[in-house]
Design a binder for this molecule. Structure first.
Ligand code: FAD
Length: 330
């Protein structure tokens, strides 16, 4: 690879129209590469009606922002998004392309890699510069092992990044140059059309964008005790999450499951109640800004990643905490 690495990072918007958490996280990842290796960060924001949010997003870490704002990009259907990203790569000639590991990103990333005749590393969670080359780490074998890979050759190193793997960059840090990207969409090439995306209306749909997530695990003992988690979540205005153990037991819907086989979240605050902190759970929430764990076992693995830990009986601590939150708010 040449000296310095120019990184192209893709941003997507959430249903609310604001950048998805992963969009901010990818700017952190891109800056990490460029700070270590030299080069520039170009942000490409894809979507329809996203020009204003793209501008704010770019200030969190890009040197240059390319805005692909086109009705054809509504809902980020794979054909359209692949056409836009392929065009942006042709224009910017990056060494590294970081793509959100979202449903949409996982659709269009392989299409672009195939068009360029290059490889694609899916679900990367750590990046590093090692002996001047880029390496990425990914979780494999059901989360029981981490594998490290090195990118060789001159083709762009393309990868999707697992949501929640990097801290979120804050807007206002840089003053990037902005430009728009014209994509020559060929109508016959667009094989899917976005009809609508509607919120599910429950706390489930809020998990992705919630500032606070309160999660419960098997330590709650029985499904009815999950009311403790819900009460605290309601008091804090938080979304509710769950471990696989309680989802498998039928206490909570699968949409609430956090972790390797569930959702990845990266709120400002994640409160884990009666959760042991298995690696398969932690990969879905360790990107949270602050993690508070309540567990009666002082050796529970959750305390290794917690910013604050409370060792004790959740049945005493959680109601007291909920009452205190309500007190403070009134
Ligand atoms: C391939 C694979 C994929 C997986 N994917 C996921 C995933 O996506 N998400 C996920 O969560 N898991 C996943 N798992 C399961 C994971 O390995 C753990 O089994 C699971 O996370 C444990 O859930 P838990 O913390 O609720 O239960 P436990 O591990 O049983 O932990 C319960 C905790 O509650 C504490 N406790 C008990 N009583 C109290 C009390 N009164 N007060 C305070 N604390 C108390 C205990 O000390 C304990 O630490 C996966 C496993 C595999 C093999």
């Amino acid at each position: 690879m040449k000296r310095g690495m120019d990184v192209l990072v893709v941003g997507e918007a959430a249903i609310s129209g604001t950048p998805r958490p992963i969009a901010w996280e990818l700017l952190t990842a891109a800056r990490q590469v460029v700070d270590a290796a030299g080069g520039t960060v170009t942000g490409l924001f894809l979507g329809s009606g996203i020009a204003a949010v793209a501008r704010e997003w770019g200030t969190a870490g890009a040197d240059r922002v390319i805005i692909a704002d086109d009705p054809n990009l509504d809902g980020l259907m794979a054909d359209a998004a692949a056409a836009a990203l392929t065009r942006a790569i042709a224009v910017t000639k990056p060494d590294v392309v970081l793509i959100p590991g979202t449903t949409a990103g996982r659709d269009y990333a392989p299409m672009v890699a195939a068009r360029l005749g290059t490889g694609l590393a899916a679900d990367c969670s750590e990046l590093a510069i090692d002996d001047g080359t880029l390496t990425a780490t990914r979780s494999v074998l059901g989360g029981r092992a981490l594998t490290k890979i090195r990118f060789l050759g001159d083709d762009p190193a393309m990868m999707t990044i697992r949501p929640g793997s990097f801290a979120k960059a804050e807007p206002g840090a840089r003053e990037p140059a902005f430009e728009t990207l014209q994509v020559p969409f060929a109508p016959d090439d667009l094989r899917m059309e976005h009809i609508e995306t509607s919120p599910k209306g429950s706390s489930v749909s809020r998990l992705d964008s919630a500032d606070i997530v309160v999660s419960g695990g098997r330590g709650l003992k029985e499904p009815i005790q999950f009311a403790l988690v819900e009460d605290l979540a309601n008091a804090l205005g938080a979304a509710v999450g769950a471990t696989r153990a309680v989802v498998d037991a039928g206490w909570r819907p699968h949409q609430e499951q956090i972790g390797q086989t569930g959702r990845s979240v990266s709120p400002r605050l994640y409160i884990a109640i009666g959760v042991s902190g298995a690696v398969q759970h932690n990969v879905g929430m360790q990107g949270s800004d602050y993690i508070v764990a309540i567990n009666r076992d002082p050796d529970a693995p959750i305390f290794k990643i917690a910013s604050f830990g409370i060792v004790g009986d959740l049945f005493e601590i959680v109601p007291a905490l909920t009452a205190e939150v309500r007190n403070v708010k009134t």
